[in-house]
Design a protein around this ligand. Structure first.
Ligand SMILES: C[S@@+](CC[C@H](N)C(=O)[O-])C[C@H]1O[C@@H](n2cnc3c(N)ncnc32)[C@H](O)[C@@H]1O
Length: 375
């Protein structure tokens, strides 16, 4: 048994906690930096494969205060890092430091930790592992806040929001785990149609389709960090994968609907849905939201409208938000409507009273997920 930490973006900790409990993980505990759980390596494989909201699962190994570089170095030596990879393997250190006096330069912190780890290998095997930031076998995650260091072993590799279906890009797409997180906040259980009237690259709908079909989000990924660590149990991993595949659905009694005015975005959405193998469940159509009518009687509407980040853009968007509210009132009566708002002055222009507001971060942008019940 080990204690793992699932990390995610700010605002998504509550829904991540709920998700990990539903996955049957044990001793699930919320913390400002993520959600802890206890379990075997097979549980860690399962969390990596199945969590839609975590961005990374790490195995914390050291926690200590350090005020001088020598203290940092000496503390890192207290854990045996040589057990994770062969001496011929490659390592990388990812350091983030906040309010840590003597350690203002995170590159210096990363270097000091790397030196200690490399020296352990040299001491034991007379060989030093190379550094490779692109494809390391062992990735060490260092976080320091006010001189309190925590050091962990990454088990995910690439961030878990990189599902493997984003084969084409648009400018302002939502990250996959944020889309999955807001769908959970909206109470989506994969049991009803979803409409996204400004769908861009289709992230919300593709994530909704994966939820509805009970497809594990990590199935399309080519690799995970834990597969490169010593002791990786291939048979247990294969069991975790086949259990997930056995629980998939192959049919849905409803569809998911994406609309947008931009032809190119719709093309990208279609390509991504095909790559995610959910193309037959999602219909994309070029329609302006101003004149959109509901494609079915009732369901869930989730939209991530433009926020207008550049100067002057916000004024131009005021009308769009008013039109969105008009479409909700006239065409989506009886629907649950959710707007991811990155600009309060724009959502205020909708002149609708939000029933609930959930704080969420879309990258660095502080947003609110606003719930409107349309009667
Ligand atoms: C912030 S992006 C949505 C990104 C999307 N959530 C994703 O993950 O890719 C906003 C989208 O609204 C679309 N849009 C702007 N005005 C529109 C309108 N009047 N009707 C429908 N779509 C519109 C844009 O083309 C853009 O794709």
């Amino acid at each position: 048994m080990a204690r793992f930490l699932a990390m995610t973006s700010r605002g998504l900790i509550d829904v991540l906690d709920e998700e990990l409990r539903e996955l049957g993980l044990q001793k699930v505990l919320k913390h400002p930096s993520g959600v802890y759980f206890e379990g075997s390596w097979a549980d860690c494989y399962r969390a990596n494969l199945r969590s839609r909201i975590a961005t990374r699962i790490i195995l914390p190994v050291l926690d200590f205060p350090a005020y001088k570089p020598e203290e940092l170095y000496a503390n890192v030596l207290k854990h045996d890092f040589t057990k994770y990879i062969p001496a011929t393997g490659k390592i990388s250190v990812d350091a983030h430091v906040r309010d840590s006096g003597a350690f203002r330069d995170q590159r210096f912190v990363a270097m000091k930790v790397k030196d200690a780890v490399v020296d352990q290998f040299r001491e034991k095997f007379d060989v030093r592992p190379d550094v490779d930031t692109e494809k390391p076998d062992l990735k060490i995650v260092v976080r320091a806040v006010k001189n309190q260091f925590s050091i962990a072993i990454d088990t995910s590799g690439d961030s878990l929001f990189k599902r493997g279906y984003r084969v084409a890009m648009t400018d302002a797409h939502l990250k996959e785990h944020v889309a999955a997180g807001i769908l959970r906040m909206a109470g989506y259980k994969g049991d009803r149609p979803v409409v996204d009237p400004m769908c861009g690259s289709g992230t919300i709908l593709i994530e909704a389709a994966l939820i509805a079909l009970n497809i594990a989000p990590g199935l399309l990924r080519k690799s995970f960090g834990f597969q490169r660590l010593n002791g990786f149990k291939r048979d247990e991993w294969e069991k975790v994968v086949s259990e997930a595949v056995a629980e998939e659905k192959s049919e849905l009694p409803f569809k998911l609907y994406g609309f947008d005015v931009d032809k190119q975005s719709l093309k990208v959405a279609q390509q991504n849905a095909r790559a995610a193998d959910v193309e037959e469940f999602v219909e994309f159509e070029r329609r302006p939201m101003e004149t959109l009518t509901a494609p079915v009687e009732s369901g869930l509407l989730v939209v991530d409208p433009p926020y207008g980040e550049r100067l002057g853009e916000k004024d131009l968007l005021l009308d769009a938000y008013r039109d969105l509210a008009h479409t909700f009132k006239t065409s989506f009566k009886g629907w649950d409507c959710y707007v991811l708002s990155g600009a309060p002055e724009l959502s205020a222009a909708m002149k609708l009273k939000a029933e609930r507001k959930f704080p969420v971060y879309n990258g660095p942008i502080e947003c609110r997920l606003l719930r409107y019940k349309m009667f």
